[in-house]
Ligand binder design. Structure first.
Ligand SMILES: O=C(O)CCC(=O)C(=O)O
Length: 304
């Protein structure tokens, strides 16, 4: 998840070499799902990421896996773009697909509308917007033999909108299978969320502390749009099954065009809050205009 124009910059500034991978000196904090949002935010602000156990019950996780199984089976690993930049970024052994809300009601109920994740997104994003929406819901299933992805910041999708003081995007990597250092657990560089935008050029990663988001299935890593991270290498024989969910400020264009996946009929079956997150409602700026309207009215009115 990175703007094409930033790829080369990021590769030089936070690219990871094998030596750096061995320097596992940092940790991310793991908290229970029962922990307060205040504590979750404290760790998120300090490290740029925090792992929360039991974000998904076993039942919810299995329901999502079942719903996504046909697409998982039908999707070949690797990038479909034909562009080298994206082939490198997406990874030749990684299965990726979006449109999760169209494919899985369990995704909507348990991930898109996850109460803790929405509380975190409220706290992180509502300073920069009056509402936020889904950036992307994406399967990121790292296959055996995959190389480590180069590290990047998700907010670099919107370089013109980056705000040094606050977040424009926040994410969660849900572990649909166990995440281990060996099978490609997300690599995070704690503290990099505090570096100024653009300061990463020339950044010497070997001096940094690298953490691996090792977590059991059902857990989720909530992370800042500013923290340097990327998928780890998978040296096992099994797939690491991750599911990324991110939100972005409502005045920014999301990575994924959700309403082109979730059509009006499907949207009508979903809770109102899910429809709003999926682009079936309009944006009202603070004291300013409204955008994403349908015949000058809020898109949400289509369902009233
Ligand atoms: O799969 C992961 O652990 C992270 C992948 C990632 O950050 C991305 O593709 O944008």
């Amino acid at each position: 998840m990175i703007a094409v124009s930033r790829v080369d910059i990021c590769r030089t500034c936070v690219g990871v070499n094998a030596a750096a991978r061995l320097l596992t000196m940092a940790n991310l904090t793991t908290v229970d799902r029962t922990e307060s949002v205040g504590v979750v935010l404290e760790h998120l602000h300090r490290d740029g990421a925090v792992i929360v156990l039991d974000m998904l019950t076993n039942e919810a996780r299995e329901a999502i896996i079942d719903d996504l199984a046909p697409t998982m089976e039908a999707t070949a690993p690797g990038s479909k773009s034909g562009l080298e930049t994206w082939q490198v970024f997406h990874g030749s052994q990684t299965v990726r697909f979006c449109g999760l809300a169209a494919r899985s009601r369990a995704f909507v109920d348990h991930a898109l509308l996850h109460p803790l994740l929405l509380e975190v997104a409220d706290a992180e994003l509502l300073g920069a917007c009056t509402s936020y929406w889904l950036n992307t819901g994406q399967v990121m299933a790292v296959g055996p033999g995959e190389n480590a992805q180069y590290l990047h910041r998700d907010e670099n999708n919107w370089p013109e909108a980056i705000n040094a003081e606050g977040e424009i995007t926040v994410s969660c990597m849900f572990a649909l299978s166990d995440f281990t250092k060996e099978n490609g657990a997300t690599v995070v560089v704690p503290g990099t969320q505090m570096l100024l935008p653009g300061i990463m050029r020339g950044f010497d990663l070997t001096d940094q502390k690298v953490a691996y988001a090792e977590m059991p299935a059902g857990a989720g890593m909530i992370y800042s749009g500013k923290v340097a991270h990327g998928a780890g290498a998978n040296i096992t024989t099994l797939q690491r099954y991750g599911m990324h969910v991110s939100y972005v400020a409502g005045w920014l264009r999301p990575e994924e065009a959700s309403p082109l996946h979730v059509d009006r009929q499907r949207a009508a079956e979903l809770p109102e809050r899910a429809r709003q997150l999926l682009g079936w409602s309009s944006y009202h700026s603070e004291g300013g205009g409204r955008t994403w309207l349908v015949d000058f009215e809020d898109a949400a009115d289509l369902f009233r």
